[in-house]
Design a protein around this ligand. Structure first.
Ligand code: MRU
Length: 354
């Protein structure tokens, strides 16, 4: 499996996703600040992977702390958490992972553990978040595979694969799950302007696994649907609100509307850690606006005319009415989402056909 992120000898090692597919380079972060920078600059990206990186970043920051007393150590812990919180605003997995690390810290402090003991606990917690993410993706894959007919031609947007998680992937996990069930499937990967996660990352990891993949530009999806060349859509998510509205990579909403127009299922695959019951609906999800350079340039080359202003919202919100089902590690959840999603979060396991 692809080593997206790993804890190695008091460092966090990440494959540099900015450089793929041209070069397979690994970045070694030795401070929490370097991990934060890696998240901000998209060395590592994708909601679950960002959560795992933040957890490791906290563990790393505290491991390197010189504080000997618990009071100073606790103050540093808070600072490190704040540093990682400020990296990216949309994917809720980041905040979920930080809160989990905080709960671990609080439990250790309550039990009167020493600074040395807490350091060990934090690393172990981050590693557990990592391992659970891989297990969630595999479970999601198995549940979601039952929704994929043999021979399906599947459209996906952005990269919700091994690179976006601790391994295996969410949307791409569903595709891998279908293949493990001996179904023949093929994938259409939207290139995903402006950062090209589809053309660069999804196509790279799928072809590496021998999965038949065709890259299309984002604006081709409607035409392919009209021609009957797509059977279903599966995408990941950065945050799912309590009513089932889904924030995902910019362009997802357009794909969902097109799928509805053409009578195609539109599935979202995401772990329970992506479901944010504290956010009532999509209007309350903060949408990251990124550097205009991502739009004006391809690599080092400027492709846009000078003089025009630029917008670069990195995500959009798909209203829940366009979502056929949400596939999680605990099963397949359907509308009304305000009733089904609390079950996904509380740990109830649903039959995939439910
Ligand atoms: O800006 P990115 O590349 O972090 O955005 C990633 C996405 O939008 C993914 O589709 C989402 O995080 C799901 S990843 C399993």
């Amino acid at each position: 499996m692809l080593p997206t992120i790993e804890w190695q000898d008091d460092a966090v090692v990440m494959i540099d996703q900015r450089k793929l597919p041209g070069a397979e380079i690994y970045v070694r972060a030795t401070t929490a600040k370097e991990v934060a920078r890696a998240i901000q600059t998209m060395v590592i990206r994708g909601a679950p992977a960002i959560g795992v990186a933040a957890a490791y970043g906290i563990a790393l920051g505290m491991r390197k702390s010189q504080a000997s007393g618990t009071t100073k150590f606790a103050a540093e812990f808070q600072k490190v958490c704040d540093l990682l919180r400020a990296t990216r605003p949309t994917a809720v997995n980041l905040f979920w992972a930080i809160e989990r690390m905080k709960r671990r810290f609080a439990a250790s402090a309550l039990a009167g553990e020493s600074v040395a003991e807490i350091k060990v606990r934090l690393v172990a917690e981050a590693q557990q978040i990592h391992d659970e993410d891989v297990a969630s993706c595999r479970a999601m894959g198995a549940h979601g595979a039952s929704l994929v007919p043999d021979g399906a031609r599947i459209l996906t947007h952005c990269n919700a694969g091994a690179l976006a998680t601790a391994g295996y992937g969410t949307a791409l996990g569903v595709i891998r799950g279908a293949i493990e069930q001996h179904k023949k499937v093929s994938v259409l990967a939207d290139e995903t302007r402006p950062f090209l996660q589809g053309a660069r990352l999804t196509a790279w990891e799928l072809t590496r696994d021998g999965i038949p993949t065709t890259i299309i530009t984002d604006s081709m999806a409607g035409w392919m649907m009209q021609k009957g060349e797509i059977d279903l859509v599966v995408v990941g998510a950065d945050r799912i609100a309590a009513n089932g509205d889904v924030a995902n990579k910019i362009g997802t909403y357009a794909v969902a509307v097109l799928a509805r127009e053409h009578g195609l299922p539109f599935y979202v695959a995401a772990p329970a850690s992506t479901i944010d019951l504290a956010t009532p609906d999509g209007a309350h999800i903060p949408i990251e606006e990124r550097n205009p350079r991502e739009v004006t340039h391809v690599g080092a080359t400027r492709v846009a005319a000078e003089g025009a202003s630029i917008r670069n919202p990195a995500f959009d919100v798909t209203p829940s009415r366009f979502v056929s089902a949400i596939i999680t590690e605990r099963g397949v959840f359907r509308a009304p989402y305000s009733e089904s999603l609390p079950l996904a979060v509380s740990g109830a396991t649903l039959n995939p056909s439910a």
